[in-house]
Design a protein around this ligand. Sequence first.
Ligand code: HEM
Ligand code: HEM
Length: 216
Amino acid sequence: MVQKIKVWDGAVRFFHWTMVLLVAGLWYSGSEGYIALHQLLAYSLAALLLARIGWGIWGSQTAKFSQFAATPKAAVQYLRNSKPVIGHNPASSYMIFTLLSLLLLQIGSGLATFDNSYMSDGPLVALLPEAWVELASAIHKRNIDVILILVAVHIGFALWHSWRHDNVIKTLITGNTDRVNAPQLLFRKSWSFFVILAVLLATLYYWQGRPLLPLL
Ligand code: HEM
Ligand code: HEM
């Protein structure tokens, strides 16, 4: 019997689509030199990623990193013979961990990136040796290109998968899929994700965001 089953909780769906908007805004503001706005968006993304990492540990079954981490063998097998999977498939899990790590690297390097002004330099610029700042700034400029290439590949696979197999894009929007004999999944209420996110946002904005507001 075909039944509609829930795959993604509100936390994962909110995380994904908010991250997409923030990365687009960060790319635009960084490239166009709106650095105060850029840093405010970056602290928002940092809060979002940290909350998602927490949710990957204590969240719903399909959100847990331990549930979708896969061996390289499983990923290759999946690519050779892909069957519908509830949650992230073994191949996409590699892309997901890579994108999350590169976004964290972008944030980490951004904190030590130089902008020719003590007002809008990353907050670690004044604290680190010059060679480190130069390295971080170079990483910040190059790593975004790697992120954008991988995002293009990720979107390409999502479109291909949705066209050929099942509509994973719709599933990530609505949270539900239609499946035959789907397993029972365990869901945790998303409110703790949103509380942690709000606390992280408030802390980062109070700590780093306030001096940036007059520069907007
Ligand atoms: C800045 C751009 C993007 C980034 C950084 C990104 C990153 C990610 C990450 C980290 C996940 C895992 C979500 C989680 O478990 O919380 C994910 C999943 C997913 N993303 Fe994206 N994404 C981007 C854009 C898009 C776009 C534009 C689409 C649709 C056209 C898309 C389609 C999907 C789908 C379908 C999944 C679920 C994959 C699966 O079923 O295993 N992504 N993405
Ligand atoms: C707290 C985190 C971050 C801080 C403090 C930060 C800071 C900066 C600063 C100061 C610049 C100006 C560099 C220059 O004048 O040449 C810059 C550029 C840029 N940033 Fe960030 N950033 C952060 C996170 C991010 C993230 C998460 C992304 C993207 C996902 C990003 C993408 C960019 C881009 C595309 C540029 C333009 C690079 C270029 O000139 O070619 N940044 N950032």
